[in-house]
Ligand binder design. Sequence first.
Ligand code: GLC
Length: 421
Amino acid sequence: MISKLDHLAWLGVDAIWLSPTFPSPNVDWGYDVSNYLEVHPDFGTLADLDALIAAARAREIEVWLDLVPNHTSDRHPWFTDRPEYYIWSDRIPNDWRSVFTGGTAWQYDARRHRYYLHQFTPRQPDLDWWNPDVRAEFEHILRFWFERGIAGFRIDVAHGLIKDAELRDGERFMREQPESHEIFRQWQSIAQEYDPKPTLMGETYVPLVRTFPFYAHLDLVQNFDFVRSRLDAAALRSIVERVEAKIPAKRDPLWFGSNHDHSRLATRWARGDERRARAALFLLLTLRGSAIIYQGDELALTDGEVPADRITDIAEPPRDPERTPLPWTRSGEEWQAPWLPLADTTRNVEEQRADPGSTLNYVRDLVARRRSFAGAPYRSLPSPRGVWAYARGDVTCAVNLTGKRVRHGGRVLEPWDAVID
Ligand code: GLC
């Protein structure tokens, strides 16, 4: 990673969000943490991570980690030594279901002769966030990483930490309890002890209308209605307008079109068509706020083909296709025995860097250009059907989200073309 920082600086990224880097049995690829204060030996050591943070900082790039506070691995020592950190019941108390198995979210534990809660796999027991000792542990974990120079956290399952204290029937009682905001208020006050203040970004996997309370104490709130929308001007514009209307003045929106849990935008939105992928990237990078580019989006990289005998994921359907490695070269020789097969390498970093007309250079140009209107307010502008036009302060953006030529503002927009005036 350190050897790739120059490339990321060239591209203009401000921060890198790493998927979980902690020791883990990898039942759920790092989202089952067995030690929050270490680095998984597959990635290196704490000293390596310190070196990454320093080398990134030298290029004005922040390093953010992926914190998994909702649950631990069943191999975390707490699960043996501190059972009171978890959620137990003498019987299956309600109808809550596991996201991964679809069956009951309660697992019998022969050691304790009781059931424990797992929103995800049985090997990912949920922590009891009503327990003040759990809160104290995580406050320590936050400070540990902030001291080392970690500049932000993506908070896994931020909508799910607190469960209904009475364990009532109904999925809604397993998530989105208002007391979660108190936890983030406390984390924000810890972050404020550091300068610059680290960023807290929530994986707030809730419908758009219910994301707004999370802005109270999280800097960045992930918007899954946007990522799950069709690539359609009216549908996406309506989401953006609702966010712009309701977001608190002190916060900025956040946009992304892919992540490690969703099919890549070049497949899902663009069906492999590079023009469509660029239209989507144009939106991410010209709307007001922050943009997350998932590794490969900048190349219009599509989901990989993963043969059945190479599947590593427990989810159904498996998320491996969107997790295949980034091709740095056409030969792919830089990857030695990657966990997932290197798929199509025709879209690779080396060739796209050298080609001024590539998607990678398109993204780089937009990243540079967006700085000139960063912070300028968003305003929807009238436009023909299929075209989405908006002002960002004095700048006007227009994107044709159709496969047809369209006239707009005295010019012709080719299919999937976008302009900034
Ligand atoms: C989040 C992660 C996902 C993981 C799940 C359980 O949704 O993004 O990858 O499987 O949490 O930790």
